[in-house]
Ligand binder design. Structure first.
Ligand code: UDP
Length: 392
């Protein structure tokens, strides 16, 4: 087998963000094989998103799951390599900054061009494995789809060739336009009194929280501050917590404030319903801060650094660093969040056509065989000296 694209995804937000890209690839008749790493595998972290966003099941499921990052990445490279070797795609497409993206090493070993969607985002925070993964995949990539011009400039500053970076806008805008804004009546119907009652909530009288980042869940004091913030809020907090976070709360022996309702991760329809009817969102998720900003829901971003500073630029979000003991003031954070209520701000993430642009570009490259970057002429500087003769 050879030709087409191999699209390699593996976690919840991948299905969401790539849902329209996959749909447009099918509509355009662009041949692709959809490979699922297995990083997320349970119904509430994987299948529910396929069902709700009508994404066809993956063609190949590698079934890689592991306790540790090294194990996951190692096994993924080992499992993906023979699949790519058999498929021999024109390019292997990766999205984001997760362990699954490190499958790009298998493509690199086989000299299969690498495409990176969500390229050149940087938090400039070297504590984050995600930052290292982004840097690795961008520098291996032959084609990079960057969401914003400013990300392209970040890539250029690292020496990446502007020729290889295509600015597209952020596909999450497209997904929300179609899935949420295009179905407002449906979402209004979902938001019945019973929906909120079943979760112990009253519409507009609660906050929504997620928290899964290492910096917040592996440090007892930081996780305690996250819970303290939630506990100090002026309404109950619905905490859709990742399984690791739930485990760490137990391991650290932390007590959940009485007003915090701990729940397992939920489907997209439920999550968007809860987000859009909440007083605000507390989160350390990259995608959730984008969504809150686009949906005009005030948010607190619980992270020391972010690769999405636009949410602060437009005044949609309050920063809270749970790792910072000295600057810790729940009152100040909650007060600033309250002041965002009723305000509006522009959407800084794109015009809703990113998925289309990505698919157009992929289709054009497939028909002209233009995937391979890193030719001598693709470097942003003169590299001819590396190819010189010995002059004898
Ligand atoms: N999400 C969801 N249910 C949940 C928590 C999150 O549907 O219980 C959605 C959320 O709307 C967003 C994505 O999952 O689209 C975010 O996933 P996550 O925070 O795991 O990933 P990150 O964006 O930080 O990589």
């Amino acid at each position: 087998m050879s030709g087409g694209l191999a699209v390699v995804l593996g976690i919840r937000p991948d299905v969401i963000r790539a849902s329209l890209i996959l749909e447009f690839l099918r509509e355009r008749g662009v041949p692709y094989t959809f490979i699922w790493s297995g990083q997320h595998y349970s119904d509430n972290l994987k299948d529910v998103f396929f069902r709700q966003l009508r994404v066809p099941a993956p063609d190949i499921e590698l079934g890689i799951s592991a306790e540790h990052d090294a194990e996951l990445v190692g096994r993924l490279v080992i499992a993906l390599a023979p699949v790519l070797e058999w498929l021999r795609p024109e390019a292997a497409v990766f999205l984001g900054d997760t362990n699954t993206v490190m499958g790009c090493l298998a493509a690199a070993q086989l000299n299969i061009p690498v495409v990176h969607i969500e390229g050149c985002m940087r938090s400039y925070d070297w504590r984050m494995p995600e930052e290292k993964y982004r840097t690795i995949v961008d520098h291996l990539a032959d084609v990079i789809y960057a969401y914003l011009e400013e990300y392209k400039r970040q890539g250029e500053r690292e020496g990446l060739s502007p020729e290889r970076i295509v600015v597209t806008g952020n596909p999450i805008v497209d997904v929300l336009s179609r899935y949420y804004f295009g179905r407002r009546e449906h979402f209004e119907a979902v938001a019945s009194p019973g929906f909120f009652q079943a979760r112990g909530l009253r519409r507009h009288h609660y906050y929504l929280m997620t928290c899964h980042r290492r910096e917040n869940v592996q440090d007892r004091a930081a996780l305690a501050r996250v819970l303290a913030l939630a506990g100090a809020a002026d309404a109950p907090v619905y905490f859709a917590a990742s399984y690791r976070t739930q485990r760490m709360i137990k391991t650290f022996g932390l007590t959940l404030p009485e007003t915090v309702i701990l729940a397992d991760p939920i489907g997209y329809e439920e999550f968007l319903t809860l987000m859009t009817n909440s007083r605000g969102v507390f989160t350390d998720s990259g995608t959730v801060v984008e969504e809150a900003c686009i949906l005009q829901v005030p948010s607190v971003q619980m992270r020391r650094s972010t690769e999405r500073p636009q949410v602060y630029d437009v005044g949609a979000c309050v920063k809270f660093d749970p790792g910072d003991a000295a600057g810790f003031s729940v009152e100040a954070v909650l007060d600033r969040l309250t002041r965002l209520r009723g305000k509006t701000w522009p959407n800084p993430f794109g015009d809703g056509r990113a998925s289309e642009r990505i698919v157009d570009d992929l289709a054009a490259r497939l028909s002209s065989g233009r995937f391979a970057g890193h030719r001598p002429q693709d470097y942003p500087m003169d590299v001819s000296r590396a190819y010189r003769g010995d002059g004898l």
